[in-house]
Design a protein. Structure first.
Ligand code: ARG
Length: 470
């Protein structure tokens, strides 16, 4: 039976004295996290070096031991950078680092874990990792944001129908549509910056749950590792993965935003719309149909957002049943967090490239503007002639019906037929002006009129300057 199989005593283990026999193979396989958490090695080494300093200051280590451990940890880092974690048998990254340290400096390595637990250690490592990953994500988000802004700048005079319910609604500028997908990214960056503040609270010095048994200087640890504040409660912080949940939510929402952008572009790439065409570099072909130009990049962006949502839900479900403090359930956080960051890091540059290189068919866009999109303008013109809007809406509705019956565009209904609906309607139709006039007629801040779009371009240019998330 598998449960009878016991693993050979591992080369190095952080526990085990109290057991007569080693763990079963099945437990070892389940319990091991090295295949996932090996990525934390740079953070584990950095936090260990800070811990060595802290132990030196309280006299747990002599200056010579302190120097030996610091040098040893540097050599461990070099070995890990060279791939020492690949195929390593250890339980987790903390065990691996300690084993390698033993190999480098001998029994002095056994002093490193004084007053520290893997509970405060892993919480520290993961927060450090998250801070770095968040900063990289911010760069990637900024790149997509700037790309949307740049493409919007070119699209000021490309006019197309704006859609609600998937139906042509009112004319807008292509620039305006692109900016509607850029603003969510500003909020994403703000959300990440906000989560970052809470992530930057230092757990180290919390011990397993009740504080460290040695009077280490946590303020100094905080400074050394670049944290913003000390965590206020050891039991809380060793079991706190709110920062993971917050960041996973922020990433799930980033994914949702990318998915919506992708869904919209995917529609516009169809021959029926033909508004945009993806570049060869961001298109895929069909194995059977030679003519196909497939927008896989957009479809994958849409699908990957589902997985980000899954990561968030899986974490929340993991957290909701456990008491304060560390439970091994928490080991599962890393696979979810890494998966989410990896997914976004894969999707964002691809979407950015697709947006940067797509071509716009402004004639197709303009060709989709049909006179029915002027219905609101007509109703507004009747309002100017003194008709209450609810009534003018009804009159123009009748004009639409008349146009459909006669099989003519809304602005080609014979003047006599228009006048029969309302005396001012014939004049209103004659007054309609250009598509540009129609768009400029909605000049409220935040609208699609040129001035507002120019203002948005300027605000977004600033917002997508790095450091401008504020
Ligand atoms: N590998 C563990 C994790 O990722 C490290 C912490 C283990 N703590 C413990 N008490 N066994 O959560």
């Amino acid at each position: 039976m598998a449960s009878e199989h016991r693993i050979e005593t591992p080369q190095h283990q952080m526990w085990g004295g109290r057991f007569a026999l080693g763990p079963s193979e099945a437990l070892h396989a389940l319990n091991r996290s090295l295949p996932v958490d090996h990525r934390l090695w740079p953070q584990d080494v950095a936090a260990s070096k800070a811990w060595v300093h802290a132990l030196g200051r309280v006299g747990v280590l002599t200056p010579a031991e302190e120097a030996a451990l610091l040098e040893g940890l540097d050599r461990v880092a070099e070995r890990l950078a060279d791939g020492a974690a690949v195929g390593a048998p250890d339980e987790d990254i903390h065990t691996l680092v300690e084993r390698l340290l033993y190999e480098e400096v001998g029994s002095t390595a056994g002093k490193l874990h004084t007053g520290r637990s893997r509970n405060d250690q892993v919480a520290t490592d993961l927060r450090l990792w998250t801070l770095g990953a968040t900063d990289q994500l911010d760069v990637d988000l900024t790149q997509l944001g700037s790309t949307l802004v740049a493409r919007a700048r070119d699209g000021m005079d490309d006019l197309l129908p704006g859609y609600t319910h998937g139906q042509r609604a009112q004319p807008v500028r292509w620039a305006y549509v692109l900016l509607a997908h850029a603003w969510p990214l500003v909020r994403d960056r703000q959300r990440l910056a906000d989560a970052r503040r809470r992530t930057a609270e230092l757990p180290l010095g919390s011990g397993a749950l009740a504080g460290s048994g040695f009077p280490v200087d946590r303020v100094l640890l905080k400074e050394a590792l670049g944290f913003r504040a000390l965590s206020p409660n050891a039991l809380d912080v060793t079991g706190d993965r709110d920062f993971v949940a917050e960041v996973l939510f922020a990433l799930a929402l980033v994914g949702t935003h990318l998915s919506r952008l992708a869904a919209e572009l995917q529609t516009y790439t169809s021959a029926e719309f033909g508004f945009v065409k993806l570049s060869d570099a961001f298109s895929t072909g069909s194995s059977l149909m030679p003519q196909k130009r497939n927008p896989d990049v957009l479809e994958l962006a849409r699908a990957k957002s589902a997985r980000l949502l899954g990561d968030l839900v899986a974490l929340l479900a993991t957290l909701k049943g456990i008491p304060a403090g560390y439970s091994k359930d928490l080991q599962e956080d890393k696979a979810l967090l890494f998966d989410a960051f990896d997914t976004v890091a894969l999707v964002l540059p691809a979407v950015t490239g697709a947006v940067a290189s797509l071509t716009v068919d402004r004639d197709r866009m303009r060709g989709a503007l049909d006179a029915s999109l002027r219905a609101t303008d007509l109703a507004d013109l009747l309002v100017e002639a003194g008709v209450p809007f609810r009534e003018s809406h009804g009159f123009v509705g009748r004009l639409v019906l008349e146009a459909e019956r006669a099989g003519v565009p809304l602005d080609r209904v014979p003047p006599a037929a228009a006048a029969a609906i309302h005396p001012a309607l014939g004049a209103a139709v004659a007054q309609l002006g250009t598509w540009e006039d129609s768009i400029e007629g909605r000049a409220t801040p935040g609208g699609s009129a040129r001035h507002s779009v120019e203002q948005q371009l300027e605000e977004l240019r600033k917002a997508f300057t790095l450091g401008g998330a504020g």
